[in-house]
Design a protein around this ligand. Structure first.
Ligand code: NAP
Length: 340
């Protein structure tokens, strides 16, 4: 048997997991499935959490949820795609639209139970795929499925963002920069926090309205109130967790919302949410998004010619180094693995 599909899989290594190269045969698409050749994949903080989880059952799993590639074969009943189409699989292959179901969680790509995209060839259900926007490279498109869709779902599907409203994003990683780019393109005013003045300069070049260094100004919520003339921020993308939540609650506007998205500072979250009632403010729990969300994101990205920010490219065999880069958190935007 020829092993002509390069793959990395997670393999037990002490208390956590490590990446191990395990090539295999090219899979075959079922009746309504598509065989994709990956052009690029991107990393998310979640991939680090999966690798480091001491209780993970991911041994043997192909990691990474986010990729883009080209259709190379289709099952006999496929109607939506043909050879040569450029496509991306949705993070939740089963969440096509409508309300979320807990049943979708187990099939999230590259998570505990379902293989992801760090492989030359994958098969995907035809209805779980979206078309890559024409102006994007496959590397750029590969950054969208988790971070891009999460920011879109938060701001436009749940947040109903309006031009002129204020948005705050925490840090300059994937979700934060998509939040910045999408909201700025829609005419919103975006406040970005970061540990680095150099990254804040780059955020301003992308359209940030105000920037705050959360290392030199730990009580950034006060500055956020000042910048909004004491009104507070309409939409906050809560990415930090324990070290940021109380500040987000203090900075949210009356009638505004906090999107519960991230855990960058850990899991021991015990915020005092009482102030929210006096502001008629909300918390929205967000978990990535549906195929329909992804399609609407792609239309917006195409209309506004948005180009995702890629900090660094890695060759396929350098995937372990890409994880190390993500862990070091020096990146601005996304880290991509190219399948050349
Ligand atoms: N719920 C969902 O659907 C969903 C989807 C995607 C991601 N997430 C979660 O969202 C978070 C962000 O994910 P990501 O992939 O975008 O991460 P990422 O690209 O790895 O972002 C890392 C950046 O976060 C910033 N950061 C760290 N601690 C911070 C703090 N205390 N305050 C503000 N910023 C801080 C740093 O930015 P600076 O260097 O600029 O300081 C760091 O470079 C993660 O917790 C991830 O698990 C959730």
């Amino acid at each position: 048997m020829t092993l002509n599909s390069r793959s990395f899989r997670l393999a037990k290594s002490g208390d956590s997991l490590a990446l191990a190269r395990r090539d295999g045969p090219t899979p075959k698409p079922g009746l309504r499935q598509v065989l994709m050749r990956l052009g690029a994949a991107s990393l998310n903080y979640r991939d680090l959490l999966t690798l480091q989880d001491p209780n993970s059952n991911g041994d043997g799993l192909i990691p990474l949820s986010d990729g883009a590639g080209t259709v190379v074969a289709v099952g006999t009943e496929v109607t939506r795609w043909k050879e040569g189409d450029r496509v991306s699989p949705n993070f939740f292959p089963d969440w096509r639209g409508g309300a979320f179901s807990l049943a979708y969680l187990a099939r999230a790509l590259g998570g505990g139970q379902t293989d992801g995209v760090l492989s030359d060839y994958i098969v995907a259900d035809e209805a779980s795929l979206v078309e890559v926007a024409a102006h994007l490279t496959l590397a750029e498109a590969a950054t969208l499925p988790c971070a891009g869709v999460t920011a879109w779902h938060t701001l436009f599907e749940r947040g109903a963002l309006q031009p002129g409203e204020t948005v705050l994003v925490q840090g300059t990683g994937g979700v934060a920069l998509f939040g910045l780019q999408l909201a700025h393109a829609h005419g919103a005013r975006v406040i970005v926090t970061s540990s680095s003045d150099a990254k804040l300069d780059r955020a301003r070049a992308l359209g940030a309205w105000q920037t705050i260094n959360y290392r030199t100004t730990p009580d950034w919520e006060k500055l956020a109130m000042d910048y909004t003339d004491g009104k507070g921020v309409d939409h906050i993308l809560e990415l930090g967790g324990p070290e940021t939540y109380d500040r987000s609650i203090a900075a949210v506007a009356a009638g505004g919302s906090i999107a519960q998205i991230g855990v960058l500072t850990g899991f021991a979250l015990r915020p005092d949410i009482r102030p929210l009632q006096f502001r008629n403010a909300s918390i929205h729990g967000i978990c990535v998004g549906s195929v329909e969300h992804f399609e609407r994101l792609n239309r917006f990205v195409a209309t506004h010619r948005i180009r995702p920010v890629i900090d660094e490219h890695f060759a396929f065999d350098e995937a372990p180094a890409a994880y190390e880069h993500l862990k070091a958190a020096g990146h601005f935007g996304k880290l991509v693995v190219d399948f050349v």
